[in-house]
Design a protein around this ligand. Sequence first.
Ligand SMILES: NC(=O)C1=CN([C@@H]2O[C@H](COP(=O)(O)OP(=O)(O)OC[C@H]3O[C@@H](n4cnc5c(N)ncnc54)[C@H](O)[C@@H]3O)[C@@H](O)[C@H]2O)C=CC1
Ligand SMILES: O=C(O)CCC(=O)C(=O)O
Length: 380
Amino acid sequence: MEIKKVAMNKNDLDRMEKMAGHEQVMFCNDPSVGLKAIIAIHDTTLGPALGGTRMYPYATVDKALEDVLRLSEGMTYKCAAADIDFGGGKAVIIGNPKTDKTAALLRSFGQYVDSFNGRFYTGTDMGTTMNDFIQVSKETNFVTGIPEVYGGGGDSSIPTSQGVIYSLQATSQYLSGSRELGGKTYAIQGLGKVGFKVASYLLEIGANVFVTDVHEDVLEKIKRKANNLKGSVTVVNSDDIYGVDADIFIPCAMGGVINDHTIEQLRVKSIVGSANNQLRSTKHAKDLHNKGILYAPDYIVNSAGLIQVADELYEPNKDRVLLKTKEIYQSLLEIYQQAAVEGMNTLEAANHKCRQKIEEQQHRNHFFSRGRRPKWNIRE
Ligand SMILES: NC(=O)C1=CN([C@@H]2O[C@H](COP(=O)(O)OP(=O)(O)OC[C@H]3O[C@@H](n4cnc5c(N)ncnc54)[C@H](O)[C@@H]3O)[C@@H](O)[C@H]2O)C=CC1
Ligand SMILES: O=C(O)CCC(=O)C(=O)O
């Protein structure tokens, strides 16, 4: 039988090229419930892939693909940096979380997750909630980040915001020789689950905080809260947050906010925030370095959410999560020191350390297939 050669056009080739660094990419299509999703597994050297599921009304499939590829790669580094025995993966569901999400769609998605048979664990991300994963978990056990009443670890933004605070302390220690955060000025973008907790803590200890959010209600809420606290709060417009006169910029909203346009405006000494993929491209780490702004790699700062959902897979234990979250302080300090010694920018130093760790472990890529649960260490 003659095998027909399939000619690929340039777009197809570009798409294949983009996916070349990933172990596996699955396109999920279930028209009976309107599910269109992509699951990307970037690297399972350190253990089974783990990463949240984002639901967003992407304008095109290519945009969804681009997002899931970038996010899943970020998870590989996040897992390596946090020293937990998982690899990088992520999923995106194409749709509007407010109008397109149904129990049937979530259950169908759960069946696709189940088909990986433990090679991919998932939980919440932007556009999905812990309760959504109750539906998903009706079809698969490979779910994490569920409410405490269902035996899960609960709200992961609690450890994530704690991790941001440890990162702020490490940055302050590195820049000024003291981990004291009170009395300084901060610019916080986004007062959602993480940003609001960080802002509240900084106000409690007497910091001056500039804040912005696209939702008026959270701005009113933080102003009311500040009335009874030592610090002061100033609300600014979304676009003005980059140019305020502050010590540290804390991005806690969307990705891509550090770019040519915003770096020009920034007057801070450092950037330490929870948002995933803060840099529009890796070149911006170099630009920050050249401008003398210390960048705390986002995947180190925000890794405590991951630490909690990974911990949940062993059986939730808040003390263990806190111990592991505290390690963020030391990890970040080491990255700053390493970058200075090697003459690298901080992202290069962090990526280098993670890649080294993955290379050292290449030989044990059969981890998940033995059906063992991963266990990570806590540094003495
Ligand atoms: N919740 C967690 O445990 C983790 C969160 N992250 C990342 O941290 C960031 C924040 O996460 P959450 O607080 O959970 O999200 P969230 O959705 O609760 O809060 C985001 C906030 O940003 C605001 N926002 C959106 N666009 C904005 C704009 N243009 N200007 C100012 N504010 C804007 C939203 O109104 C919302 O209040 C996200 O990038 C998320 O991916 C990363 C790891 C873990
Ligand atoms: O929430 C999860 O399931 C894993 C954590 C994650 O996706 C993230 O840290 O971005």
